[in-house]
Design a protein around this ligand. Structure first.
Ligand SMILES: *Cc1c(COP(=O)(O)O)cnc(C)c1O
Length: 378
């Protein structure tokens, strides 16, 4: 029996190599060239007004917070309301800027619960961090409404949301800034990269300086235009080395071309799981929010005795994942342990079933057969 893994990314190898070859033949693998082409393609695809290509979504989350902090003159210790059920990047990005993550609980979509969020708002709250779990929009529009009402910024960790649409529009338009991940096993794979999309063009201009050590390219190009001092540029910020490169963009351009087709197949796989697992009282499926056309980066269920179920699946050569452990179990967030009971429960019960483009109908049946048998053992 072949193993069935959680994630295996699919690349259109020949087409991707052709794109990479262009970089190599031109002698241009760095910033510019394909990174500009990919930014344009991403704006065209999503309809978002701005996009800047990065070396990771983690870098993007850091910059989202850094730039909003500078713009809003936030002080150290100011608060961002966030979810405990996420990848470490989301909340680390808040700590990088010496702000304080305040954890709110999650709802049935495993996304931030608007009711819990409202209880956590204080005079020091500056922003909300929403994670679209597995591509799900959850109650994003309610959270956006709360942010408008309380004049708070909304940051979307859209790492799972490439291609997710809410009532027909690609996600990101309703936020101040959205950050997408094109890491190796995300649903739009490159090897490592990400995209930051500010709604405000001034912040988009600004972020381009922060991603390349604070070098001001405007000064650089002005000087170039004069034809003298070609080596001269100004350094206006203590910026970072966070920009993306043309080889990653070349891979991303091909992955983007097939994104809608790939996400549609992910939804087909999800439908196969749904068909088999509905009516199984010991398997609780995480629903997709109404109006959400989900990227289906993940297919999540909740079970009792999760760790035992995982081991038994492994015995059948099936290797699911867990997204995620509640972050308040980690040392740096332990001050909030116990404050989000739904998240803690999900953390103990959640399983991500295999979800990738090489799965067949037969594979899905094999996963479901094993799972149903395991959860119904005496
Ligand atoms: C993968 C992921 C990130 C980080 O993305 P990178 O591109 O690897 O930096 C952040 N948040 C969530 C929810 C993720 O799944």
């Amino acid at each position: 029996m072949d193993p069935i893994n959680l994630f295996i990314p699919t690349f259109r190898v020949e087409e991707t190599l052709t794109q990479i070859r262009e970089c190599l033949e031109k002698g241009w693998t760095g910033l510019g060239f394909k990174t500009v082409e990919f930014e344009e393609a991403w704006k065209e695809y999503t309809g978002l007004p701005n996009a800047h290509f990065l070396n990771s979504a983690t870098a993007g989350l850091h910059l989202a917070i850094r730039l909003l902090k500078e713009e809003g003159k936030w002080q150290e210790g100011d608060e961002i309301i966030t979810t405990p059920l996420t990848f470490a990047s989301t909340n680390h990005a808040i700590l990088y800027e010496k702000l304080h993550p305040v954890f709110a609980d999650i709802d049935e979509y495993l996304c931030l619960d608007p009711n819990s969020v409202k209880e956590r708002i204080s005079s020091r709250t500056r922003a909300m961090m929403f994670v679209g779990m597995g591509g799900n929009t959850g109650r994003l529009d309610e959270i956006a409404g709360i942010c408008r009402q309380h004049k708070l910024k909304l940051i979307l960790d859209a790492s799972h949301m490439s291609g997710t649409r809410l009532r027909g529009a690609h996600v990101g338009g309703e936020t101040d800034v959205s950050v997408f991940s094109f890491q190796a096993v995300k649903n739009l794979p490159t090897a490592d990269s990400g995209m930051i999309c500010f709604s405000d063009v001034a912040l988009d201009n600004e972020v381009r300086k922060w991603t390349w050590l604070g070098i001001d390219k405007d000064t650089f190009s002005r000087t170039l235009a004069k034809g003298t001092y070609k080596w001269y540029y100004e350094v206006v910020h203590e910026g970072f080395k966070y920009h993306g490169n043309s080889v990653m963009a070349a891979i991303g351009l091909v992955s983007l071309k097939y994104l809608d087709q790939d996400n549609a197949f992910r939804r087909q796989i999800a439908a196969w799981y749904d068909e088999r697992l509905q009516g199984e009282s010991r398997i609780q499926r995480v629903p997709v929010a109404p109006g959400c056309l989900c990227s289906r980066h993940l297919y999540q269920i909740l079970v009792e005795n999760r760790d035992e179920v995982m081991l038994a699946l492994n015995d059948a050569k099936i290797y699911p994942g867990v997204h995620y452990r509640d972050n308040t179990l980690y040392r740096m967030y332990s001050y909030a342990n116990g404050s989000c009971p739904h998240s803690m429960e999900a953390s103990e019960r959640v399983i991500s079933l295999p979800m990738h483009l090489r799965l067949t109908y037969h594979d899905v049946q094999r996963v479901c057969d094993a799972l149903i048998e395991i959860v119904n053992r005496k």
